[in-house]
Ligand binder design. Structure first.
Ligand code: SF4
Length: 333
């Protein structure tokens, strides 16, 4: 069956760049943010993940809330957004998560808290016995502003079963996001590509996100995630090429016509491909990040953080106007 990925790269680029320009003109966005990975201990053992550790394994950690607050004091003075994700720790209760969010919010009221993706929210709900609708209200009350988009991987069950058999299904991921949107929480969305999926699988994944967006309007940005095989059980899978990275970026912009923003996530793409992706449909480089751990664990060759000047330079030399944003894409003057 033919898919959008059968089209020529430059044809995709032309269409995607025109859509980006119609939405955002010459502006391209970045955010000053800080990543916080509070634990790498995880009940799942996704085969593509080089970050997670089993409970009791060497190198496993769980940060307590005071040390997370201290970390933000030490590293996140300029950050407008705290991006918080971690493993599915089997022994952590709901109070740990709400204490983390409320402590950060009261200490740093001017920073947005983007925390716990759909897989984590589903896990916290099951562990605590609190239904998702109620859980989202509790999290919002604690200070949650929005949710990141990780865990979508690829929705096709047969491929999902190869790369992450223990993870919740793609259908459940979409269901959790729909409940979050209906509870008034904006989220992002992702797709992990470059492993065992076909062009048709990618296209179907993008169309499922577009379809949910037509119902809820709750996705803020889409982030295509380029698979990093090093350190995973799929270390023999060939690295994703720049051509695939750019084709996926452009196809995302074309199919996700109702999702406002497409990110060129420099951590996964590398700085140079991310910059070019700004002319293949992406309008956002994500952020300074400060200390990236997840792609780094999989041998990611990008830096672990960028300065604001690095990001502005990448955007302006791609011929676009750098705009600092907050989590909700409000311009920061
Ligand atoms: S991808 Fe997430 S859920 Fe899967 S093993 Fe890694 S940390 Fe756990």
């Amino acid at each position: 069956m033919a898919s959008i990925f059968d089209r020529s790269l430059l044809e995709l680029a032309k269409e995607a760049d025109a859509i980006r320009k119609a939405k955002w003109g010459n502006d391209a966005f970045y955010v000053k943010n800080l990543h916080i990975n509070f634990t790498n201990i995880c009940s799942n053992q996704c085969k593509f993940c080089a970050f997670a550790r089993k409970k009791g394994a060497e190198g496993g950690y769980l940060k307590d809330v005071p040390s997370i607050v201290q970390h933000v004091k030490d590293k996140g003075a300029a950050a407008k957004e705290l991006h918080i994700v971690g493993g599915l720790h089997p022994d952590v209760d709901l109070a740990y998560y709400t204490d983390m969010i409320s402590s950060l919010k009261s200490e740093f009221p001017d920073k947005s808290i983007k925390a716990f993706g759909a897989v984590e929210m589903d896990f916290i709900s099951r562990q605590s016995g609190v239904p998702l609708e109620k859980l989202f209200n509790i999290m919002k009350g604690a200070g949650l502003d929005m949710m990141p988009g990780g865990g979508a991987e690829i929705f096709k069950p047969e491929v999902r079963n190869i790369i992450c058999p223990e993870k919740v299904s793609g259908a459940r991921w979409l269901e959790v996001m729909e409940i979050a949107h209906n509870a008034g929480i904006l989220t992002n969305a992702t797709m992990l590509y470059g492993h065992y999926e076909s062009g048709e699988d990618r296209e179907a994944h993008l169309m499922a996100i577009q379809s949910l967006q037509e119902r809820t309007g709750g996705f803020n940005a889409f982030i295509p995630l380029s698979f990093q095989p090093a350190g995973t059980k799929f270390a023999d899978v060939p690295p994703v090429t720049a051509v695939t990275d750019l084709a996926v970026t452009a196809a995302s912009r074309i199919i996700l016509k109702d999702v406002p923003h497409i990110k060129a996530y420099w951590v996964m793409l590398g700085e140079k491909t991310a910059q070019i992706a700004l002319r293949f449909g992406a309008d956002d480089l994500d952020g300074t990040i400060e200390e990236e751990n997840i792609a780094f664990a999989a041998g990611g060759s990008s830096k672990r953080g960028m300065t604001e000047n690095d990001l502005k330079h990448m955007i302006s030399t791609a011929g676009l106007n750098p705009v600092e944003r907050d989590s909700f894409y409000n311009r920061v003057s």
